[in-house]
Design a protein around this ligand. Structure first.
Ligand code: HEC
Ligand code: HEC
Ligand code: HEC
Ligand code: HEC
Ligand code: HEC
Ligand code: HEC
Ligand code: HEC
Length: 311
């Protein structure tokens, strides 16, 4: 009798593991992100479709957090904002039924940054991919309003009323946040267009958008004799995060780390040679002597009045 029951037990176990094998790839579908996505923000959305009754809860694991979510059976799709780190991230989505793992799916995401040598050149398998196309938006539109509801130049009194807020609230988190982003005037920079792969442009060369509001800066800098290369190339977002950051002026790093990040060689050389006319003095801000943008003086050295102004 004992023998029979253990035989049955083994048989059942075998069947279960076959069922498990069979189930691989059957119950979870990750709608967003695409695998091998390249991006610059440290936050993104995970949207998964889970076959009805196949699981009780879901675990999302990223290198910086673990999220456990009960499955809301009234929702066709489960959606969550997650946080990432710079460089390679593996995002694991697991579903559980009666506390046992049912299925697991993975996505590989690379968060790049021009300001760190080690995160500047992502492995080639990573590609920028976009979400806002008609097919994807249709999947969300039964529950989320996907239209643009901002009025140009008019801040939302209650930002949660922006149609973008629910899915993107994390991009504006950060001690120092940029006015148009915290007022949810997203399309002042993300122009809507239908020609691209996405409804919203995500410009690398962004200066023309910036200058629509920062007109005085445009005037001042365009007439200056010497322009700093990244500014001249229109790449304001190499130094500034247009949304928000932990550092003043929404810089991507503290001032001196930003400068030394790109000028490490010179920085080291100058410290070693006594002849350098540059202070490269780590106890002072680089911007106490240099302007980061443009100037009429070589090496963008500030004149006395500019220095005073900053005090
Ligand atoms: C069946 C309805 C439904 C569909 C379809 C749906 N959502 Fe949601 N979504 C919700 C509800 C309700 C909330 C808010 C409460 C919650 O999180 O359950 C939400 C919240 C979110 C959040 C915020 C989650 C968080 O961490 O705060 C994101 C991001 C999101 N949805 C993205 C999407 C995307 C992208 C799609 C389309 C691919 C989509 N949703 C489709 C109902 C839906
Ligand atoms: C239902 C959720 C949802 C809503 C509502 C939503 N987005 Fe998105 N958006 C996403 C997802 C998902 C991505 C892919 C990147 C990610 O996961 O964060 C994305 C990406 C983007 C991107 C990067 C380009 C692209 O197409 O991938 C921009 C820009 C953007 N959204 C702007 C907006 C703006 C502006 C609004 C409001 C008018 C808005 N989004 C509303 C879910 C949403
Ligand atoms: C001042 C201009 C500006 C405003 C306002 C702005 N963005 Fe952006 N956004 C950018 C730029 C520039 C990029 C591309 C960044 C890069 O190349 O590093 C970007 C990238 C993004 C991305 C893609 C991030 C990635 O990692 O690929 C999303 C999503 C996004 N923005 C959403 C929003 C939302 C939502 C709002 C409104 C709250 C908003 N943005 C407001 C300039 C802006
Ligand atoms: C829709 C208008 C608008 C656009 C577009 C815009 N800004 Fe701004 N920006 C503002 C406002 C408003 C402020 C806050 C008031 C001020 O200091 O001028 C601000 C402040 C700033 C500040 C801080 C200034 C300070 O003294 O505190 C920086 C840095 C900045 N913006 C950079 C950018 C960059 C880079 C872009 C393009 C990617 C950009 N802005 C695009 C409206 C805009
Ligand atoms: C090389 C890095 C770098 C680039 C590129 C850059 N900025 Fe800045 N920006 C800074 C730093 C650093 C500060 C803070 C200056 C200070 O504290 O004196 C700043 C300050 C600002 C300010 C507020 C102070 C002021 O001078 O008005 C604005 C506005 C601004 N930047 C806009 C822009 C725009 C627009 C672009 C692109 C056309 C841009 N920046 C490109 C590094 C940069
Ligand atoms: C994204 C990279 C980048 C960042 C960040 C950056 N620079 Fe530059 N900088 C360059 C490039 C590229 C040049 C032009 C080539 C060269 O001279 O190295 C340049 C040129 C200069 C020059 C003129 C050098 C010469 O020989 O003519 C000075 C001075 C300078 N940067 C100072 C700064 C300061 C101060 C900061 C911080 C506010 C800074 N840079 C941040 C890329 C950067
Ligand atoms: C005390 C003022 C002062 C400080 C602080 C300062 N600089 Fe300079 N820097 C100068 C002057 C003056 C020159 C022009 C040298 C010349 O005329 O040959 C210069 C030149 C430069 C140059 C171009 C010439 C070279 O040596 O290659 C770069 C790049 C530079 N500085 C970057 C920086 C960075 C990065 C910081 C912050 C770590 C910094 N500077 C801090 C005053 C300063």
């Amino acid at each position: 009798m004992k023998q029979v029951s253990s035989f049955v037990g083994v048989f059942i176990l075998l069947c279960m593991s076959f069922a498990n094998l069979f189930a691989q790839g059957k119950f979870i579908e990750i709608i967003s992100p695409e695998d091998n996505k390249l991006q610059t923000e440290l936050t993104m959305n995970v949207v998964v479709s889970i076959k009805k009754q196949s699981a009780d809860y879901i675990k999302i694991i990223t290198p910086v957090e673990q999220i456990i979510m009960d499955i809301n059976s009234s929702k066709a799709l489960q959606c969550k904002n997650i946080s990432l780190k710079l460089g390679e991230n593996t995002v694991i989505v697991r579903t559980y039924k009666n506390k046992a793992l049912v299925e697991e799916k993975r996505r590989h995401i690379y968060v790049s940054s021009e300001l760190y040598h080690q995160f500047k050149y992502p492995p080639i398998k990573y590609k920028q991919s976009y979400f806002h196309n008609d097919a994807n938006e249709k999947l969300c539109a039964t529950c989320h309003d996907m239209s643009v509801n901002e009025v140009k130049g008019v801040a939302f009194k209650d930002v949660t009323k922006s149609n973008c807020y629910q899915c993107h609230k994390n991009v504006t988190k950060g001690k120092f946040a940029h006015a148009p982003a915290v007022n949810w005037l997203c399309t002042s920079c993300h122009k809507t267009n239908n020609k691209d792969k996405t409804k919203y442009t995500t410009p690398k060369v962004v200066n023309e958008s910036c200058f629509e509001c920062h007109k005085d800066n445009k005037k001042l800098w365009s007439s200056a004799k010497y322009k700093h290369e990244p500014l001249d190339a229109g790449n304001c977002s190499k130094c500034h995060n247009s949304h928000a950051s932990p550092y003043s002026m929404f810089l991507r790093k503290p001032v001196n780390e930003i400068c030394v990040g790109c000028h490490a060689d010179k920085h080291i050389q100058a410290r070693e040679s006594k002849n350098s006319k540059c202070g490269y003095n780590d106890t002072k801000l680089c911007t106490s002597c240099h302007t980061p943008h443009a100037s009429n003086k070589p090496f963008f050295v500030k004149n006395a009045s500019e220095k005073k102004e900053k005090k």
